[in-house]
Structure formats: C-alpha cells, structure tokens
Design a protein around this ligand. Sequence first.
Ligand code: SAM
Ligand code: ZN
Length: 288
Amino acid sequence: MNKKERSAALVSEYAALIRCPVCGGDMHVDSLASLTCSTNHAFDFAKQGYVNMLNKPVTTQYDQALFKNRRDFILESGFYEKMHEAVVDIMHRLDTDDMTVLDAGSGEGSHMERILAKVEGKHIGFGIDIAKEGILIAAKNYPDSIWFVGDLANLPLKDGSCDVILNILSPANYSEFNRAIKPGGIVIKVVPQSGYLGELREALYRDTDKAEYDNAGTVSLFEENFEVLERVQVKEKVMLDRTSLANLIHMSPLAWNHEAGELDDFISEERPVTIDLEILVGRSVISV
Ligand SMILES: C[S@@+](CC[C@H](N)C(=O)[O-])C[C@H]1O[C@@H](n2cnc3c(N)ncnc32)[C@H](O)[C@@H]1O
Ligand SMILES: [Zn+2]
C-alpha cells in the first residue's frame, strides 16, 4: 500500500466519526481513494494522505516555510515541553482508555503529535486546519493521525464524536466545539498570557501597545461557553540557541510586516525567552 492508501485505510476505521462538510451526512471511504457521503459529495485523498474537506480553496497568510519553521521550533527547541506535559496530565485525568482527540487549528501537527506520544491508552488524533500548507506537512510526518484541510467553523466530525478538543494558539468556534464534543468530553484551549514571547515583542515593538498580550476577552468568552474545570499556567524562561531563535522569528505572526534584518541583533546570540501560556480546560455544557 502506498501512503495515500494507508491513510485511507486508517480513515475507513474511523469513518463513523466523520460527517460530510456539505450536507452533514454519513461518510465512507471509497476504493481507498476518496471520502464520499451518502449523497455523493466526494473528497479525494491527496498523495501525502490528507483530505481537503473545504468546499472552496482558501488562501491564508501561513505558507509552507512558516509551518516548516514552526515544526523545527516545536520539535527542537524544548520551548513547549512543559505545556505538552501539562496537557497530557489533563488528558489523563479524563480517565478514558479509548480517546478521540481533535486538534482544531492544528497547523503542521507537531503539538498534537508530541502530546499523543505521551498519552497512555488507545487513542486516535484528528488534525484540522484551514491552511493546506500545514496539513500537508502534518500528513507527511505523522501518518498515525488523520489530517483534514477544513474549517473549524464547519468541522467534518459528527455531533458528540470527540473526547478531547485541543485548540492551541488558534482561533476557536465554540458552538462547533460544543457540537462535536462528547458529553463529558473536554476542550483544552491554550492561550498566550502577558509575558508570552515578551523578549521578541520588546525587540519588535518597544514602546507601542503591541508589547503585551491581553487575554481577558478570550478567557471570558471561554467561560461563557464551557464549565471551566481547570486553569493551568505554564510560565518559565527557556534558553534558546541561535537556530531556535531564527526559527522563532520566522514562525511567528508577530514578526510579520517587519523588515528583513531588523531582528539580526535578537538572533545573534543565545538568549532566554519567556513562555507564558494559560491552559483553559472546559467541559461541554451538554449534560452527561
Ligand atoms: C498561530 S497558528 C497555530 C497553529 C498550531 N496550533 C501551532 O501552535 O503551531 C493558527 C492556526 O489557525 C489556523 N486557522 C485559522 N483560522 C482557521 C479556521 N477557520 N479553521 C481552521 N484553522 C484555522 C491557521 O491556518 C493556523 O494554522
Ligand atoms: Zn454530503
């Protein structure tokens, strides 16, 4: 079997969880080549093994080079290790030994991959992102999970299909999350706090108001939509070498719209950079 057929075989095992993004109908895998619904909306597997479930192409500001930098940074810098560990601990508290996990806004997939590598028990991961460039890299590298180009405002997953929805540094759609989560399931949202990448923001913006994140609005919207079970802070300074610093500035939307060379000083020698994240854990408001 080639890569595409192997992915199609994996998806066919979990087809019962997938819904058509056009009509909401049931889907099945056809000839190890496409996902097709009962009214014949068909979505082909790409050769890398992902499926594009968007009705029309979307152009985003995220290109392949950015996702490659994100991948290298997440895998090599150790910057997000504490966050991954904290998420794994939260997932273990669910006490489910057969977990369906969705990463909504997965990018190139390395956060979910790192997290699932540490999660005990049987599990399957679905990664969904609107940027094809990210999903393509994810599918190439992580064939044990299922990767869809799709819109988190119209998830191609059935009502009550997910035990865990991860939403890491990405936009959210809480009515979709509430629809797709199992009763008793949890949403784990990772949001930046005021100190997050403070050293980079200081180098870029100095006196302007972009120098701090304010996540009060994000937190209160989350609280309106879920019963909040936990709020976990991950805050530390991590020493980054020059390679990781270079990956950081190229992966971060913060550094967009800045002149090449403006950050040469920032990446000229290793330096500590602050990770300051809050992990919001919410339970579905639908009663168990
Ligand atoms: C800052 S990136 C974070 C990606 C990944 N979670 C990470 O931390 O590396 C935000 C991601 O949200 C995705 N995104 C934005 N709007 C989306 C939508 N409507 N549906 C799915 N993904 C979306 C972008 O394509 C991008 O990959
Ligand atoms: Zn359909």
